[in-house]
Design a binder for this molecule. Structure first.
Ligand SMILES: Cc1cc2nc3c(=O)[nH]c(=O)nc-3n(C[C@H](O)[C@H](O)[C@H](O)COP(=O)(O)OP(=O)(O)OC[C@H]3O[C@@H](n4cnc5c(N)ncnc54)[C@H](O)[C@@H]3O)c2cc1C
Ligand SMILES: *[C@@H]1O[C@H](CO)[C@@H](O)[C@H](O)[C@H]1NC(C)=O
Ligand SMILES: *[C@@H]1O[C@H](CO)[C@@H](O)[C@H](O)[C@H]1NC(C)=O
Ligand SMILES: *[C@@H]1O[C@H](CO)[C@@H](O)[C@H](O)[C@H]1NC(C)=O
Length: 508
């Protein structure tokens, strides 16, 4: 039972147990701020913030439990130790905090759920803002939309909505933050994206505290911010609440299959054949190559947004010879919790290092599958020499060719006529002494796969990696393409003082 989940959890637990050393923060981060002022200056800002906020909000200092929770990340290598953390409980308090920060020009961070794997994107040595108290979720009277506080995770949202027979187009994995995913385009990609598009395509309102502390509700009428917030990360202010469209949710069907050793290649080939024909848009799949025990394995997660897939849909894949399989029917939440590879929550509180890099692809072909298998073996053999507990896998996320047509132009993707499939390489390891080597491997392996795709005839010139997967250092032009100039103009207009430049992330 739960073959995939157990395998991944087991490996991850081994990794977690082996982890002793503190996260190394050796890479430069990409915040636009220059030299930080003295920490005494930071501390004074924390004190001013504490005076300016209401009793709904609170400031915490090192040594307090809440401080540790506020600053923790899914990958501890994305954490830094700030002077204080603050949990705003109201949008007004978010505005007060931002005004104090702007006045003192102190570096700061905004953390949704801390799933971004890049150092400095939601961490800082200055003032750390954790959105956790903005956790309200309210279904509209007509049940067509739902307001979701920026401190919630998709798991929270599903747990609330699914038993009521509703759902949103949200993240694929358990636990990712609503905010980072929605703003970054993160969890843009959903099990329901073939049906309804990206998460951002289903937003009807953003409640935004702009960099000067003004609270505004951004709707389709605000042409610029509407465009910019959908993929523009934290460049335009702090979002306190999202309104998303609601969809009915029935029970769903799912399967998880693992093919080890010599079963991997035939399974990957069968998956390519499967992808070559059009499917019911309620169906969605995810594939992965993984290095384990010196060899390459292939895994598949199959989903159908209904209690049973139509006759024949998954027959060929289900008739393959597998190492383990789990097939079940249940709630959407059961599927997310039980049928997906486990990114265990223990990892979120245990020291370990992770690098993720995005790999844009237009098609998964037999040639590309061979290249993936080769990369898995090549880097697996090398990286495991540095670290026995290293984790290496590649996630493939196919969607139907029309999946980007559900939405209007948005900051990301730069060109909706090109149905770029988000794919990623994930490297996890235990010792900070190998940080640079591992990050370099994530860069090089992604580049080799893009090269293999170009050789295979794919036009990837204008295909940027998904902004939520791309590793730090990826040129903005590659991800945002022709939208970059407009995004910069909009930033200048709404943040003339470059307050949001005091926080890390992709900076316009
Ligand atoms: C296990 C795992 C599974 C994933 N699954 C998916 C998936 O299925 N689909 C998908 O598309 N992506 C997925 N991702 C990628 C994910 O979307 C990104 O990592 C995303 O940035 C996470 O959001 P967060 O709020 O948890 O991150 P954080 O690290 O907290 O934030 C990310 C960025 O958003 C900014 N931000 C956060 N909150 C706010 C706010 N309220 N206002 C302004 N800026 C803010 C932060 O400053 C930071 O720069 C996954 C990542 C992981 C680790
Ligand atoms: C790895 O190989 C060892 C020895 O061959 C075996 O005992 C173990 O179960 C394997 N582990 C996995 C995850 O396949
Ligand atoms: C396998 O991948 C490595 C690293 O990218 C590359 O150097 C090598 O040429 C590849 N081998 C094959 C057979 O493609
Ligand atoms: C603050 O920003 C908002 C939104 O950009 C703008 O409407 C407002 O005029 C600005 N206020 C000040 C005092 O600059």
């Amino acid at each position: 039972m739960l073959g995939a989940a157990l395998l991944w959890c087991a490996l991850a637990l081994v990794l977690a147990e082996a982890l002793q050393d503190q996260p190394g923060f050796s890479q430069e981060n990409f915040a636009a701020y220059t030299l930080p002022p003295s920490p005494a200056h930071y501390k004074a800002t924390c004190e001013k913030i504490a005076e300016s906020i209401s009793s709904a909000s609170q400031v915490f200092y090192p040594g307090e439990l809440q401080f540790e929770l506020d600053i923790s990340h899914w990958a501890s290598s994305s954490s830094q130790v700030p002077v204080c953390s603050v949990e705003p409980g109201t949008p007004d308090d978010v505005a007060s905090i931002l005004q104090q920060i702007a006045r003192a020009r102190v570096p700061f961070a905004v953390k949704g759920d801390g799933h971004n794997a890049n150092p400095g994107f939601s961490s800082t040595p200055g003032v750390h803002i954790s959105m956790t108290r903005l956790n309200h979720i309210v279904i509209s009277k007509d049940s067509r939309t739902v307001e979701i506080g920026a401190g919630l995770t998709w798991a929270d949202v599903y747990a609330y909505l699914v038993p009521k027979g509703f759902n949103v187009v949200g993240g694929r994995m358990n636990g990712v933050g609503v905010a980072g995913l929605t703003l970054g385009g993160g969890e843009w990609y959903s099990w329901k994206s073939n049906e309804h598009g990206l998460t951002v395509d289903t937003v009807t309102e953003f409640h935004l505290v702009s960099p000067n502390g003004t609270e505004i509700v951004v709707t389709e009428a605000d042409e610029d911010l509407w465009f910019a917030l959908k993929g523009g990360f934290n460049n335009y202010g702090i979002v306190t609440k999202f309104t998303l469209k609601l969809y009915p949710q029935t029970n769903v069907w799912g399967a998880s299959l693992i093919f080890e050793g010599e079963l991997a290649d035939p399974a990957a080939e069968a998956f390519v054949r499967f992808l070559s024909w059009p499917h019911d848009h309620k169906a969605s799949q995810m594939g992965r190559f993984m290095y384990s025990n010196g060899s390459v394995s292939f895994g598949l997660s199959l989903f159908y947004d209904g209690p049973e897939p139509p006759m024949g849909l998954y027959d060929e894949l289900l008739s393959l010879t597998y190492t383990t399989t789990t097939i079940s029917q249940g709630t959407f939440t059961d599927f997310i919790l039980n049928l997906l590879p486990c990114y265990p929550s223990v990892l979120r509180v245990t020291s370990h290092s992770v690098r993720v890099n995005g790999i844009p692809m237009l098609h998964y072909t037999e040639h590309i599958m061979k290249a993936y298998a080769n990369e898995t073996k090549f880097w697996g053999d090398r990286l495991s020499q540095y670290d026995d507990n290293m984790l290496l896998f590649y996630v493939l996320e196919p969607f139907e060719p029309d999946f980007l047509t559900h939405g209007k132009p948005s900051a990301y993707p730069p060109d909706r006529s090109l149905a770029v499939l988000p794919s990623l390489v994930y490297v996890g390891w235990t010792s900070s002494s190998t940080d640079v080597y591992m990050a370099d491997a994530a860069h090089r392996s992604a580049a080799s796969l893009v090269e293999a795709a170009i050789q295979d005839g794919q036009d990837l010139k204008n295909a940027g990696p998904y902004v939520n997967y791309a590793i730090f250092g990826t040129p903005l032009e590659r991800m945002y393409g022709k939208h970059l100039e407009r995004l910069r103009e909009i930033r200048k207009k709404y943040d003339p003082e470059n307050v949001m430049g005091l926080t890390g992330g992709w900076k316009f």
